[in-house]
Write a protein that binds this ligand. Sequence first.
Ligand code: GLN
Length: 486
Amino acid sequence: MHRHTLAELARLLAARQISSLELTRHLLERARSLNPRLNAFITLDEDKTLAQASAADARLARGEGAALTGIPVAHKDIFLADGWRTTCGSHMLENFVAPYDSFVIERFNDAGAVNLGKTNMDEFAMGSSNETSYFGPVRNPWDEARVPGGSSGGSAAAVAARVSPGATGTDTGGSIRQPAALTGICGLKPTYGVCSRWGMIAFASSLDQAGPLARSAEDCALLLNVMAGHDARDSTSVARPPEDYRRELAKPLAGLRVGLPKEYFGDGVAADVARAVQGAIEELQHLGAHMVEISLPNVKLSVPVYYVIAPAEASSNLSRFDGVRYGHRAGDYGDLNDLYCQSRAEGFGAEVKRRILIGTYVLSHGYYDAYYLQALKVRRLIADDHARAFGEVDVILGATAPSTAFRLGDKTDDPVQMYLNDIFTIAAPLAGLPAMSVPCGFGDTGLPVGLHLVGNYFEEARLLNLAHQYQLATDWHRRAPKGFGD
Ligand code: GLN
């Protein structure tokens, strides 16, 4: 059963050929038996999960099923789910039980989907390898000595290992797309504002977006149909009529204009990654797309700009974790100030502290103009570059990550090396644009390569169309890591 894609499982459930309970039991057992190896889940709660599966079966029996009724979906442990422990990968929230549902979880519940469990992640979504998690690193099913990417690494590993047919993630600088690339699956970060951030633990609020991870573009579309929607409780949620993200899947690619930014095809890409991306370009040309060389002159500043803006917002967002209202409280402290200091010193890991320090510095009097304000201006220039490009092309294409999955421990001593892994994914969230990673082949060591697609605002359906047509012509997305596909 775990070999089926989400779309196939939805058909089997709707036809009553399988029940949600048997599917869910099977996947829970798989999650339990693989977790000691992969560490993809922080929390599994069989009673809650199976209760939802039974309810889904009853709903299907009444003929009231929706597209995802009875489908198990794993959720990044950043989404509050009522009654579930929600840790955000941190000691700070190790014992925090969410008192309400996030918007995204609410939507999955309304659809009758089943919460399979809460997935491991970098602490407060800060990281590109899942190694900053308080709960230990996630391992990549393609090679367990390697990272699955981050910060949504647990969700990516669970989907790649055929434990969950689909999962949720969040992306601030690449956290859906980079792990999707490193584990050989699809991941989509929607336009900023498409999925409400209500109940999604905040990292950098002007960048954070929820999105789906799954094996195919069609499955991503099904998940996004549930996740997207307006919500008055998030002031940045966009009020637009609901769309069916599958509506353009079948459209031929003839005449599609694909932009190849010269900045994304230089020395910074490993030769094996470049080769796989080139193969995808040729396939897309074969399908009728036209390649156009373009330039995004300011994207080279994406990483420095992001590492001013994201820490600035994080330093403010994370000030709520003070040991008073919720989260970790130090056992031993003197006065109130000491309570704050001790609780935060004990509750946060090194990377989170680094970001809080950087963020506090760039926002401080005397440095605000030089760093934060300057970064906001360059952010605008990066958005303008994209706006100009979308006057000429429909989609922008490149590699998702500069290399295939690296080894655990390889970049942990050098934060800048770690940050550079997001060099191709950071511009899209800075501009608020939708972007997607799609498997497009394998590198020299047999590890998956991701193709990165960026669309204009609210053109998720176009990205999914391109990805789906590509997946009809290729089978990279059907390859399973050894030992996980049978
Ligand atoms: N790797 C980037 C960071 O560490 C992006 C993380 C994310 O998208 N949440 O901030």
